[in-house]
Ligand binder design. Structure first.
Ligand SMILES: *Cc1c(COP(=O)(O)O)cnc(C)c1O
Length: 451
């Protein structure tokens, strides 16, 4: 029988994270202090993060050892399986070989626990009692709530108001894991009260919720802040995905020609792609690497590469990244995990250096691909993931047209079991596409500091 599934034993969980900063031809630009505009030092970040994570944020060591308790927690769902999508290949009548790494096997249903577990461990190890964070649709919040439960940490989640009202199931999942969830903007922070004073009906945004969580953590000695994407240490933790995939592709006896991931803040994409890009940088392979983002928040394809804040309230340090402006609030697309104004500095840097490509996809086209994938392979992908699947299918069709049997690998970052109401809208023909909002981006970019 031809093999469909490539699984590794528990002892093949990677022993270290792969740090792409060690292989980059130029170092990433420094992170700047929001007040002074000077590079931040460890002490500036200490109110928000434990020292181990601050060290990882700026490390240039190629390998960073994964602590034993983190590997033990990973064993609940790692190594994740790699599949060959034989039925999708047949449905598309393509000579391409399509592989996907399935991160939906984690208890929270996505790749996000890979970093949530690591962050919970390092915080617990540093004596932290409580973590504050934000969540959009609830995927990150549920991953951190799960990790907090494993390591005995209290978790407070600021959940974007629009999702809080419309998507109760992720909130209930977080509460089941023991987290405290409030709708953001909330009355519990000065920033939230300021927003609500100006607009009592504010639907919130990820940028606002980040401001609230940062304020919460900055104001309490027992609390640190935790972010689910964008930062270099988050991307670092996700590299377990690509390291396993390299081994599993070798089991399959193939090398990918094309590596694809969807990008919100960039972490699942980086997790799969960076170990491959690292091989390319060391002259050990050559890949086309494609980041797929939504047309409604196209930071990599339409944003500017410059210093900006990570949040709306201008409380985070300034990072150099592709940004649509920290004031920019994307349209309410169903791929909540992709609704962010910026992009991870490391992913942005690779794009600047021409090491990766970026493509924007509309949500109807993404859902069409997601439904096609579900009918061929059985897994209902998260709407975020469906963006990556769209480009995978387009490339596979191109292989058919050109008669070239390329090998395509994409990251199936999570399942869509909590997103079925979005699928219902698509199936009923009620899903809308949003134009690229050029003038709102131009306005938001005017508010970005000049430096
Ligand atoms: C959060 C999320 C994303 C987007 O975040 P990245 O940091 O860009 O990976 C993509 N897919 C799923 C399933 C998510 O939960």
């Amino acid at each position: 029988m031809d093999r469909t599934k490539f699984v590794l034993d528990e002892d093949r969980i990677p022993r270290s994270y792969y740090n792409i900063a060690a292989d980059l031809p130029v170092p990433p630009p420094p992170v700047l202090h929001p007040g002074t505009g000077q590079p931040v030092g460890p002490d500036d970040l200490a109110p928000l993060f434990p020292m181990a994570l601050i060290g990882q944020e700026v490390s240039t060591d190629k390998e960073i050892e994964i602590p034993g308790p983190v590997r033990e927690a990973y064993a609940l769902y790692r190594p994740s399986p790699l599949y060959r999508a034989r039925r999708l290949e047949a449905a598309l009548d393509t000579p391409a070989h399509i592989y996907y790494k399935y991160e939906g096997v984690s208890p929270a249903g996505s790749h996000k626990p890979n970093t949530a577990i690591a962050q919970a461990f390092y915080n617990k190890d540093a004596g932290v009692k409580r973590l504050a964070t934000e969540t959009g649709a609830g995927q990150w919040g549920s991953a951190l709530a799960f990790a907090g439960a494993l390591f005995g940490l209290e978790v407070k989640v600021y959940m974007v108001r629009a999702s809080y009202d419309q998507k109760p199931y992720r909130r209930i999942l977080m509460e089941t894991y023991g987290a405290e969830v409030v709708a953001s903007p909330s009355l519990t922070t000065a920033y939230g009260r300021r927003v609500l004073d100006a607009d009592p009906d504010s639907p919130g945004s990820l940028g606002m919720a980040i401001s609230e969580a940062v304020e919460d953590a900055g104001g309490r000695d027992d609390t640190k802040y935790s972010l689910g994407s964008v930062l270099s240490h988050v991307l670092l933790h996700q590299t377990v995905i690509g390291q396993e995939a390299i081994e599993q592709m070798a089991m399959a006896g193939e090398e990918p020609d094309i590596v694809i991931g969807c990008t919100g803040g960039g972490s699942n994409f980086a997790g799969l792609a960076f170990p491959f890009v690292g091989r390319q940088l060391r002259g050990e392979g050559g890949y086309r690497v494609i980041a797929v983002e939504p047309e409604a928040a196209p930071s990599l394809t339409r944003g500017e590469y410059r210093y900006d804040f990570g949040d709306t309230g201008q409380m985070t340090p300034l990072v150099k990244m592709h940004t649509l402006g920290h004031d920019f609030i994307p349209e309410p697309i169903h791929a909540g995990g992709l609704r962010y104004h910026g992009m991870a500095p490391l992913v942005s840097l690779l794009k600047e250096q021409g090491l990766i490509e970026a493509i924007a996809v509309g949500q109807t086209a993404a859902f069409e691909a997601g439904v096609r994938f579900a009918r061929a392979e059985g897994i209902v992908p998260a709407p975020e993931t469906a963006h990556a699947i769209r480009i995978c299918i387009d490339e596979a069709i191109r292989c058919r047209e050109e008669g070239t049997p390329r090998v395509i690998l994409f990251n199936l970052s999570g399942h869509g079991h909590f997103d079925l109401s979005a699928y219902e809208r698509y199936l009923d023909g009620r899903l809308e596409d949003y134009e690229y909002p050029a003038d709102r981006v131009a306005t938001a970019l005017e508010a970005v500091p000049a430096m």
